[in-house]
Design a protein around this ligand. Structure first.
Ligand code: TXA
Ligand code: MG
Length: 318
């Protein structure tokens, strides 16, 4: 294993300042970080993840001032949303300034920016003179990592270090919003719900939950996928009997107890608990050698929509 496990933000800051790759904890998922203003360092992220260059990266920042320095214009919506949700799981897509390398934005005129809510990573960001470009720290297309072990299991040979900040509290990626002359667009469902955003800036014109049109280049139909096959079933519908080839994953722990090869996303049927566990459960299906899994959809409201988005993509045919 090549990657070091770090616990101090200063150690991570040294490596990152030298152009190296360090996985960082956030409240959503672990990110694979590099100096976001250094083309070479950013190119190594794409290489390590085997990520296509057409899929742009998010810049992580430690202050709103820093965010403003990376975009051309700071509209009223950005002000309101950043005040309401930063630090936190919301990414704003804004017209980028010339300081942002084209490799970060995949040649788009815009850049995604967010301030993560994780004490260690905020400390790190405030030690650095540059933003951190960081996609989720998984090989492209695979399930996102929510612990330092998940990162080391898959990228341990291709990165310098992981800053271990414990398991991610939220467990699914940030919500992504963008706006233009036609209005406000929700590009990715995530930890902040559409209702929460609308309460701050008014109605969303177009949401990925309604329109299936691909807006973010990375919003590929198949994504977040374990190697095992997945079939989704409606809440409360009966699932086939599980066996050592075929697992069943319920949304909530069954009151009568779980059968062998039966799993659940949440003990008490809470959406936030399910979000925090969904990626670990998907990974475990592979680790435990299942060829197939039947997974129950989460309730279809609030955070459940973002969980279902991940399940739907995990189940999409390769
Ligand atoms: O919670 C998160 O957002 C995590 C943590 C590490 O911060 N990051 C994350 O990054 O999920 P990634 O690269 O796995 O997903 C970022 C998504 C991609 O689908 C990408 O296409 C989209 O954001 N994106 C980035 N910049 C964009 C832009 N300028 N316009 C539209 N979509 C953009
Ligand atoms: Mg990702």
């Amino acid at each position: 294993m090549r990657a070091k496990r770090l616990t101090e933000s200063v150690e991570a800051a040294e490596l990152l300042s030298a152009g190296q790759l360090v996985a960082i904890p956030t409240e959503t998922v672990y990110g694979l970080a590099a100096n976001g203003l250094d083309d070479h360092a950013v190119a190594r992220i794409f290489e390590a993840k085997k990520r296509p260059f057409f899929d742009p990266l998010i810049l992580h920042i430690g202050s709103t001032e820093q965010a403003k320095s990376l975009c051309q214009d700071w509209p009223d919506e950005a002000e309101k949303l950043s005040r309401a949700f930063w630090p936190g799981p919301l990414t704003l897509v804004l017209p980028k300034s010339d300081r942002v390398p084209n490799i970060v934005s995949s040649d788009l005129p815009t850049v995604g920016i967010r301030m993560p809510q994780h004490a260690l990573t905020l400390e790190l960001l405030n030690l650095l003179e540059f933003p951190l470009a960081a996609p989720s720290a998984n090989p492209f297309g695979y399930v996102s990592p929510t612990t330092a072990e998940h990162v080391l299991d898959q990228l341990g040979e291709s990165i310098e270090a992981v800053l271990d900040g414990g398991p991610c509290q939220v467990g699914i990626e940030s919500t992504i919003v963008k706006w233009d002359e036609t209005g406000l667009h929700l590009l990715r469902l995530g930890a902040i719900t559409q209702e929460q955003i609308e309460a701050v800036v008014g109605p969303i014109t177009q949401s990925v939950s309604v329109s299936q049109k691909v807006q973010a280049p990375g919003q590929l139909e198949q994504h977040y996928s374990p190697h095992c096959g997945i079939t989704l079933f409606e809440p409360g519908a009966s699932a086939p009997n599980p066996n050592d080839q075929q697992a069943v994953v319920y949304f909530q722990k069954l009151p009568e107890g779980m059968p062998q090869h039966g799993y659940y996303l949440s003990q008490y049927g809470e959406l936030s608990e399910a979000a925090a566990s969904v990626f670990s459960v998907l990974r475990n299906l592979d680790k435990w050698g299942y060829a197939h899994a039947y997974i129950e959809w989460a309730p279809k409201h609030g955070l459940g929509l973002a969980i279902n988005d991940r399940l739907k993509r995990a189940a999409a045919k390769r």
